[in-house]
Design a protein around this ligand. Structure first.
Ligand code: PRP
Length: 211
């Protein structure tokens, strides 16, 4: 698995604001959206294109356009929704599928509670979005889900990752075509499975606490 950690002062600046516990939800949503847009540059580096010839006002030239089938963007609910628009804006012809997962607070095991994906993903490039890579359980389950349906290759974009989660996903991927793009690689997980220093619960910070 390829792992790319963004090294860019503007990304680090926005992540610093995102991490700040005093940042309100409205600003948190804006920052998550902007960070996704910045990370998209790396995340789409291998997006499939085909030759496309056009005429400029001056001359004919050979360019490219996105290939068919169109890429599929899969935000992991809830928190991944905060990153969807940031990527969809750059690839408006992409399609979006949805995977709802929640992590049990005690066992840290993920479970799928909602799914709205094309039944057949043969040949599709998939972009999985989730702000947090903690133990890696949710991302591993999402990757398995998409490959089981025929996805060709998967790029996962996470704003923050813990080393434990990166190791777990690397082991689980086992030679399949997966790229992981991280805004930052944090220090560790704490005893509650939260990323340290992290940013808390991304879903709660984006959308408020579910009772
Ligand atoms: C969080 C986060 C990831 C997952 C990461 O979701 O958004 O999906 O946990 O943890 P893992 O790497 O240990 O699996 P959560 O279960 O809090 O749901 P939410 O997005 O609805 O808040």
């Amino acid at each position: 698995m390829r792992v790319l950690v963004a090294e860019h002062p503007l990304i680090t600046h926005k992540l610093t604001m995102l991490r700040d516990k005093n940042t309100p939800s409205s600003l948190f949503r804006t920052l998550a959206d902007e960070l996704m847009t910045l990370l998209a540059y790396e995340a789409t580096r291998d997006v499939k294109v085909v030759p496309h010839r056009i005429e400029t006002p001056v001359a004919w030239t050979d360019g490219v356009i996105l290939a068919e089938p169109r890429p599929l963007i899969v935000p992991i609910l809830r928190a991944g929704l905060g990153m969807l628009d940031g990527l969809l804006r750059l690839m408006p012809s992409a399609e979006a599928g949805f995977l709802g997962m929640v992590r049990d607070e005690k066992t840290l095991q993920p479970s799928v509670y909602a799914e709205r994906l094309p039944a057949n993903l043969t040949g599709r490039q998939c972009f999985v979005l989730d702000p947090m890579l903690a133990t890696g359980g949710s991302l591993i389950a999402a990757i398995d889900y998409l490959f089981d349906r025929g996805a060709t290759d998967i790029t996962a974009v996470c704003l923050l990752g813990a080393p434990e989660g990166v190791d777990a996903v690397t082991a689980a991927v086992d030679g399949r075509d997966v790229t992981l793009v991280l805004g930052a690689l944090d220090e560790r997980l704490n005893e509650h499975g939260f990323i340290v220093p992290g940013l808390g619960d991304a879903g709660d910070r984006l959308f408020g606490v579910v009772g």
